[in-house]
Design a protein around this ligand. Structure first.
Ligand code: FES
Length: 86
């Protein structure tokens, strides 16, 4: 099981964390149901002027704007998924 952590600290929450989580959940259902879990996390100390901070496999992606999560999913998460045993 892969885990995506989405910051739900106050800054990220206001900058769209709920929308990013909802969109990631849809992508997981479409591409990898039951193989990826989303967890909320407190401030990852990468608050930016825009977007939400996401952590995946120890890598931190700050500034993910609602609408950009598909790109993150396709570029970073799907390749990692194909390396994971089902
Ligand atoms: S509130 Fe998300 S990185 Fe600080």
């Amino acid at each position: 099981m892969l885990i995506i952590e989405v910051c739900v600290g106050s800054s990220c929450y206001l900058r769209g964390a709920p929308e990013v989580i909802a969109s990631l959940q849809k992508l997981i259902v479409e591409h990898a149901p039951g193989r990826i879990e989303i967890k909320g996390t407190f401030c990852l100390e990468k608050c930016t002027q825009q977007g939400v901070t996401v952590r995946f496999q120890g890598r931190v992606f700050p500034g993910v704007e609602p609408g950009e999560e598909t790109q993150l999913f396709e570029k970073e998460i799907l390749p990692a998924l194909s390396a994971e045993p089902e």
